[in-house]
Design a protein around this ligand. Structure first.
Ligand code: RB5
Length: 145
């Protein structure tokens, strides 16, 4: 599985930490920026990552800003994106098993590094259950028009 990862300045340090984890686990990734702590606008990075997911350049995405809120809202504006803001491992697992979310959002100023790695490790192992959940996701897609 190939992962896309993106953040604004508020999520930059956590992004770099998660990249180290992905490298250690030999998980391929594309970094869509940002590349420093300089102030940037999270919608720009949410959009870059979302395009990567929609165009199939990556299979799933990790989006990070200070709270995870702004970048998750931005990603969810892109047709076909289901972005789940998660601060715990249970939600991260469910975001795949039930919601087949294609992006997970994290708050770099909300959760600690170790928790973030547990969340990502759980999320990477999770698989979509399909069945009744597929019907519900189809209904979300219909809302998009
Ligand atoms: C940037 O200061 C901050 O507003 C941003 O990272 C994020 O938390 C917005 O939702």
């Amino acid at each position: 599985m190939k992962i896309g990862i993106a953040s604004d300045h508020g999520g930059f340090e956590l992004k770099e930490y998660i990249k180290e984890y992905l490298e250690k686990e030999a998980i391929e990734y594309i970094d869509y920026g940002t590349n420093s702590l300089d102030s940037v606008d999270y919608p720009d990075y949410g959009l870059k990552l979302s395009k990567g997911v929609i165009e199939g350049e990556v299979d799933r995405g990790i989006a990070i800003c200070g709270t995870g809120i702004g970048i998750s809202i931005s990603c969810n504006k892109v047709k076909g994106i289901r972005c789940a803001l998660c601060s715990d491992t249970y939600s991260a697992r469910m975001s795949i098993e039930h919601n087949n979310a294609n992006i997970i959002a994290l708050g770099g100023r909300v959760i600690g590094r170790d928790l973030a790695i547990e969340i990502i490790s759980t999320w990477l192992k999770a698989e979509f259950e399909g069945g009744r959940h597929k019907r519900r996701i189809d209904k979300i897609t219909n809302i998009e028009g």
